[in-house]
Design a protein around this ligand. Structure first.
Ligand code: PGA
Length: 249
């Protein structure tokens, strides 16, 4: 499977800026054929961004930043997986900002995974420890909360998911985890998936990723890709990240 680089635009960019940036990313995506490159604009820009393209390279995709836990109904302000179907191929599930500001429960996470997979899209399920000080117990903390998030989810469904390891202390702080730290956590979590569910799931890294981290993580085979926030808002920086991670400058 191709490694992924996904830009999470969060609540940023005007429509004009979003369409320009999306066009730039789609243009350079075909230079990095070893990668799958995606962007997650705000919900409101998904349709205009999509309509803006006359064609997109096969390794470029659109994603959504969140989804409702419910299939439809009286949930003012929310967007369902069914509504996203046909617009995006990937959906972020359980991003730490969603967990924090929307108070998502583990049950919400598992419902969202089910909603997204039932509509034929790929959930990108985010997880990560709250504090750096957890040290050696980090993998235990992560797998304990993952087992709650994934309660009732079958191996068959898990096989359709991508995961993103995003230590909360590294998101938006300019202080990414070190490559050794990331490698160790990702390796342990992958082993847990294999032992518990007999699945080999791709795990991306996210948290203050810049071109420097992209270059360092390139050679770590366990890291299936990158989830990039702040640096994905600038075409040149995002392209640099793809170039360093995808192996061609
Ligand atoms: P950041 O955000 O790259 O700005 O740290 C990453 C994320 O929240 O997905």
């Amino acid at each position: 499977m191709r490694r992924l680089v996904i830009g999470n635009w969060k609540m940023n960019l005007t429509l004009a800026d979003a369409t320009v940036l999306a066009g730039e990313v789609a243009n350079f995506a075909s230079d990095f054929a070893t990668l799958q490159i995606g962007i997650c604009p705000s919900f409101v820009w998904l349709v205009p961004v999509r309509e803006h393209f006359r064609f997109t390279p096969h390794n470029f995709f659109l994603g959504a930043q969140a989804v409702s836990s419910e299939p439809h109904g009286a949930y003012t302000g929310d967007v369902s997986a069914e509504q996203l179907k046909g617009l995006v191929s990937h959906v972020l599930v359980g991003h730490s900002e969603q967990r924090r500001f929307r108070h998502l429960s583990p049950q919400d996470i598992s419902s969202q995974i089910m909603q997204v997979t039932q509509q034929g899209m790929t959930p990108v399920v985010c997880f990560g420890e709250p504090q750096r000080s957890l040290g050696n117990t980090v993998a235990t903390h992560i797998t304990t909360s993952l087992s709650q998030d994934l309660h009732g989810i079958s191996s068959e469904v898990l096989q359709k998911c991508i995961f993103a390891y995003e230590p909360l202390w590294a998101i938006g702080t300019g202080a990414p985890a070190s490559p050794e730290y990331i490698e160790s956590v990702v390796r342990q979590v992958k082993r847990w998936f294999s032992d518990q569910f007999s699945v080999d799931v791709p795990i991306l890294y996210g948290g203050s990723v810049t071109a420097k981290e992209a270059a360092e993580l390139k050679s770590i085979e366990e890291v299936g890709g990158l989830l990039v926030g702040g640096a994905s808002l600038h075409a040149k920086e995002f392209k640099d990240i793809c170039a360093r991670f995808g192996g061609h400058v």
